[in-house]
Design a protein around this ligand. Structure first.
Ligand SMILES: NC(=O)c1ccc[n+]([C@@H]2O[C@H](COP(=O)([O-])OP(=O)(O)OC[C@H]3O[C@@H](n4cnc5c(N)ncnc54)[C@H](O)[C@@H]3O)[C@@H](O)[C@H]2O)c1
Length: 319
């Protein structure tokens, strides 16, 4: 920590001086005192900004960007967001609209999607009802979406459900349902828009997986959740590999505990237990996950494909 003494002058410990000396290569540091001050001030400013962001994110339950944060540019882009009516999906839809794009919400909950459209603007959003457990329905509705819009630039496969029971209590019906929505639904949605993206020579696909895929569950979701999300990661890489020559990028994002309706009712004790395993010591706000998704959906990620990013407060830290 860098301290101020009572006269508000910067005071450096010997360790800090050593660190600065290393950075400025010993011989320079003795001569250029001003650089110490600049470096120290920079450090303080960064720490204050991080602190401010933490507070902003804590208060950022309405999913908008934090103060001073830039929006990704989605001008002229049509982006499908599955599960866009709630939680992380709602934050993604908000980010697309903030960036000047048109968000196409695909969800089981049409009322919630329509409420969000009222909030964000009906001209900037559309909504379609789909049950992602039903492949025929996905093909029919996605076919309509592709026909309704001149071009689909992005597809965010965000919708999902969680399964929390121990392995020996998972029924065949539960297993089938989780795989149908979390994995087969993602495959079917991609396969419904992929040909048009390929023909246009442009597409940004982002799949929301989970830390459960990498850890074998263990936070909230268990085996069916972990297996479905691991499948999503494999699918992401395969689509990235095959889509690359046609300008179709596909990336994945793995959240850990995120404060959404999915996790709202799991109880204080379970929540505390999960938070204790997260190095950053808290759950994410939906927008913090959405920000990474929005990056991959944007042209800022022009050289990224097949990448799986953990946005998990430090839970995974894989190389
Ligand atoms: N919240 C977390 O802690 C967490 C952690 C890891 C991964 N995830 C993943 O993030 C994604 C979003 O989760 P969330 O927390 O925002 O959940 P949420 O429950 O708040 O929202 C999920 C949305 O998906 C929609 N949906 C669910 N089943 C559907 C179906 N069969 N057909 C159409 N729409 C359907 C719901 O209606 C809802 O709008 C999911 O894929 C989830 O697995 C969440």
């Amino acid at each position: 920590m860098i301290n101020f003494d009572n006269s508000k002058k910067l005071v450096f410990s010997n360790t800090q001086k050593c660190v600065f000396a290393k950075i400025y290569k010993n011989k320079e540091i003795l001569k250029i005192n001003k650089k110490w001050m600049t470096f120290a001030k920079m450090n303080i400013s960064i720490k204050l900004q991080i602190q401010k962001r933490k507070i902003e994110y804590k208060n950022n339950e309405n999913n908008t960007k934090a103060k001073g944060e830039i929006s990704m540019d989605f001008t002229g882009k049509n982006i499908i967001v599955t599960g866009g009516a709630s939680g992380i999906g709602k934050a993604i839809v908000t980010g697309v609209v903030e960036g000047g794009g048109h968000a196409i919400i695909v969800d089981l909950k049409l009322d919630a999607a329509e409420n969000l459209r009222e909030e964000l603007g009906k001209d900037k959003t559309s909504a379609y009802k789909v049950n992602l457990a039903n492949s025929a329905e996905i093909r029919e509705v996605f076919g309509k979406i592709v026909a309704d819009f001149k071009q689909i630039h992005g597809l965010i496969n965000n919708a999902g459900i969680v399964s929390t029971v121990p392995f020996d209590e998972v029924t065949q019906a539960e297993w089938d349902k989780v795989i149908a929505i979390n994995l087969t639904g993602v495959y079917t949605a991609i396969s419904a828009v992929y040909p048009s993206m390929k023909a246009n020579g442009y597409g940004r696909i982002v799949n929301v997986a989970s830390v459960a895929a990498k850890r074998g569950g263990g936070l909230l979701g268990t085996s069916a959740d972990a297996a479905s999300k691991a499948g999503v990661i494999g699918l992401t890489k395969a689509v990235a590999r095959e889509g690359a020559p046609y300008g179709v990028a596909c990336n994945g994002v793995c959240p850990s505990l995120t404060m959404t309706p999915m996790t709202a009712n799991m109880g204080e004790e379970k929540t505390k237990k999960i938070i204790a395993t997260i190095p950053l010591g808290r759950g994410a706000q939906p927008r913090e996950i959405a920000n990474m998704v929005l990056f991959y959906a944007s042209d800022l990620a022009s050289f990224a494909t097949g990448e799986i990013s953990d946005v998990d407060g430090g839970v995974t830290m894989d190389g």
